[in-house]
Design a protein around this ligand. Structure first.
Ligand SMILES: Cc1cc2nc3c(=O)[nH]c(=O)nc-3n(C[C@H](O)[C@H](O)[C@H](O)COP(=O)(O)O)c2cc1C
Length: 411
């Protein structure tokens, strides 16, 4: 991969971008390593108030719960609003601390998911995007949604044309819609991440048809269309690019860089607890599934043994509430209430079809992962006690950058 460079104007970067992984799985430490090594790292803007409490000893979650405690027994969550000033403060804190620690020639971006509708979709995403720009983020990757109105919300920000802004799409149609709808801001995306069906996190495909799609085909379609429209936008494929050689195949076919994530879930810098990283190492192909338990409505890939599956968590929207839609609803609340109605005497219910994604992602109890997680065991050494050796982000980054012939360097 080192024969290639990602060009942004005059800037040249190693063409490796570590994808955003919420909630604080792609930590500042991980993103900063990518930047130090000359590539691009992502922090995530998912649930930043709780991330800030954990990292910087703030009390955003406690304050919100105190304000809305009276509403905990109610299934109507429409009153449980985020305080926009606090949301901005949490975002500015995380972004500014991260940017202050940045070294090297690379860049740090933030992954911003539209599906975090937060009981006021427009206002909250505007607050998150503007605060990240205020705090000096190098770029924003718009994710988990079509983002048809997102650019217009920040077009008056002084950094709107100076920060890099890209979008993740899984189809040509999604990209066409985004470009058409944001054309009135006269700002094209600076890059497009094309995410195929083997990625981790939420998928932009159907639960029953994701396996019929293939990343290389979607990349080829998008690149042909951009050429026909004479649009010069760097394409960054993502999803299942496991080795430097896999990446080179895309770079040789015209991709500007690749976005990767799964290989970095077993690094020291990754935010998952160490015991969970061992579960990623150990997973076999049969241990991984794509299911419909995310209340967002998008399919999600995860390890079947994730403790958050079927947990039956009491909804925690007064503390969290990141997936409440514009009317204060979340598919998990409906599923939870249905089970409570069926089992009125039970103290604790099981909810199998949906999960309280805020609580379970916050607690690292949903182990979302890429399709090739079952190959992670081939990227490290097994210690005498049976556990796998954690890797450094630098080791994995350089393995992508310098390895050849489908080889993977062991630590
Ligand atoms: C643990 C994990 C969490 C993820 N979380 C997010 C996320 O919050 N937002 C997002 O846009 N993509 C997310 N992704 C997708 C990655 O950013 C990336 O595009 C994709 O996983 C790349 O494929 P790979 O994992 O096969 O390298 C996540 C991936 C993983 C493995």
């Amino acid at each position: 991969m080192d024969d290639f460079r990602l060009r942004f104007g005059k800037r040249e970067l190693v063409p490796i971008m570590i994808g955003g992984m919420g909630v604080d799985i792609s930590t500042a430490e991980l993103a900063l390593e990518a930047a130090r090594l000359g590539g691009i790292g992502h922090i995530s803007d998912a649930m930043l108030p709780t991330v800030s409490d954990r990292r910087y000893q703030t009390s955003f979650v406690k304050d919100k719960l105190r304000q809305y405690k009276y509403n905990v027994p109610n299934s109507d969550k429409s009153e449980v609003k985020f305080n926009l000033g606090q949301l901005e403060e949490a975002t500015r804190l995380h972004v500014s601390r991260t940017m202050a620690a940045k070294q090297g020639e690379g860049m740090v971006f933030i992954n911003c998911m539209e599906k975090l509708t937060m009981n006021a979709p427009r206002e909250t995403i505007k607050a998150r995007l503007s605060a990240a720009l205020d705090a000096g983020i190098d770029g924003i990757t718009l994710a988990a949604g079509l983002h048809l109105g997102s650019l217009a919300l920040i077009e008056d920000h002084p950094r709107f044309r100076d920060a890099k802004i890209g979008i993740i799409v899984s189809s040509l149609r999604a990209l066409q819609l985004f470009i058409r709808k944001s054309s009135r801001t006269s700002r094209l995306p600076d890059y497009v991440v094309v995410e195929g069906p083997l990625a981790g996190g939420h998928l932009g495909f159907g639960l029953d048809d994701w396996m019929q799609y293939d990343l290389a085909t979607i990349v080829a379609e998008i690149s042909a269309w951009l050429k026909a429209e004479q649009l010069d936008i760097p394409i960054i494929p993502a999803g299942g690019i496991f080795t430097g050689t896999d990446a080179v195949h895309f770079l040789e076919n015209g991709a500007a860089a690749v976005q990767v994530a799964t290989r970095f879930t077993v690094t020291q810098e990754c935010g998952l607890p160490d015991l969970v990283k061992q579960e990623y190492f150990k997973a076999s192909e049969d241990d991984i599934e794509v299911n419909g338990i995310s209340p967002t409505g998008y399919p999600m890939r995860m390890i079947k043994g994730s403790p958050g599956i079927g947990a039956g968590t009491h909804p925690n929207c007064e503390s969290f509430g990141y997936l409440l839609d514009a009317n204060g609803r979340c598919a998990y609340i409906d599923a939870y209430n249905r089970e409570v109605a069926v089992h009125p005497e039970s103290k604790k219910v099981k909810v199998l079809d949906k999960t309280c994604l805020c609580t379970t992602m916050r607690n690292f109890d949903i182990w979302t992962c890429g399709h090739y997680t079952y190959r992670l065991k081939d990227t490290s050494r097994k210690e005498e006690n049976g556990s796998y050796r954690l890797l450094s982000a630098e080791h994995v980054f350089k393995d992508y950058q310098y390895s050849k012939d489908d080889k993977i360097a062991l630590p």
